[in-house]
Design a protein around this ligand. Structure first.
Ligand SMILES: C[S@@+](CC[C@H](N)C(=O)[O-])C[C@H]1O[C@@H](n2cnc3c(N)ncnc32)[C@H](O)[C@@H]1O
Length: 268
């Protein structure tokens, strides 16, 4: 029913459709605040994809670096902004010298990394004194969340329990790697309740709009869509408008590296 990994090279050209309705403001605001608090100058996003989040930070005075495994995703990012410093590589083996960044962040990507804990250790190695690692994403274990995709596409929830580290686990990895003050902060609630047939136009119901569906075989995906259609029909026959809830939470987990940030001298 499942395919191994999402092929981002294949879907790179259409990936940004997910941001067509403006995207989410919470993660960008939380990152901007962190950058300005820390006065971070060299900033790296690991798993940067098409550079959507790097672009949201373009007003910060930092130099923006992105790393991703997919050459095609990086190609999209470079088209977005020629000033991004982009590198192809793996999160578990970051090709940068020790103590070369002030902020390393990762958003909606850690669940794709094969070496998740090693990524946290690598981020620690890359960070300067006073630097920080920020990991932003959802935890499918969160009791408050609901997502109709999990209800209608068999196995997607169970697969996510395996792919996604819990928020607590990421904080433990940070502590084990020597980060201080590992903290949790809610940065976004994604709320979008579709009713009845309107769900069939949900952009996130497209096969490749989210990794939960992209990982399904075509047959498993088609079965899920048929189940949604059958549920709508049955509800209509009862005179009801069926609800398809999306209520997901994104948290930002921040680990700090001991020491004061070395703030470059200001020009007189
Ligand atoms: C869901 S996308 C997120 C992209 C971007 N952060 C965003 O939110 O739009 C996940 C990204 O992680 C990248 N990726 C997967 N495995 C990786 C790895 N081991 N190292 C670095 N990047 C990886 C994929 O190529 C893809 O671009």
């Amino acid at each position: 029913m499942l395919q191994g990994q999402v092929d981002y090279d294949r879907i790179a050209a259409s990936y940004d459709r997910r941001f067509a309705h403006g995207g989410l403001s919470g993660p960008a605001s939380a990152l901007s605040e962190l950058i300005s608090d820390m006065r971070a100058k060299r900033i790296l996003e690991v798993g940067c994809g098409t550079g959507h989040w790097l672009e949201s930070l373009a007003d910060s005075s930092g130099q923006l670096y992105g790393l991703d495994l997919s050459a095609a995703m990086l190609g999209q990012a470079q088209q977005r902004d020629k000033r991004f410093h982009l590198t192809r590589g793996r999160a578990g083996q970051l090709p940068f010298p020790d103590a070369s960044f002030d902020l390393v962040f990762c958003i909606n990507a850690i669940h794709h990394f094969q070496q998740q804990q090693r990524f946290v250790r690598e981020a620690k190695r890359l960070l300067r004194s006073g630097g920080a690692l920020a990991v932003i994403g959802m935890d499918p274990r969160c009791d408050l969340s609901r997502w109709y995709i999990y209800d209608y596409f068999e196995g997607t929830y169970e697969t996510d329990l395996v792919r996604f580290p819990s928020w607590g686990t990421v904080l433990e990895w940070m502590a084990a790697s020597g980060f201080e003050q590992a903290k949790w902060q809610l940065v976004e609630q994604i709320l979008d309740n579709k009713q009845g047939r309107a769900v069939l136009d949900d952009p996130f119901l497209q096969k490749e709009a989210c990794s939960q569906l992209a990982l399904l075989t075509n047959e498993a995906y088609a079965t899920g869509v048929r189940q949604i259609e059958a549920a709508i029909q049955a509800a209509e026959a009862r005179g009801e408008n069926l609800k398809f809830p999306t209520d997901l939470f994104l948290a930002m987990l921040v680990g700090r590296v001991h020491g004061k940030a070395v703030v470059p001298a200001r020009n007189p």
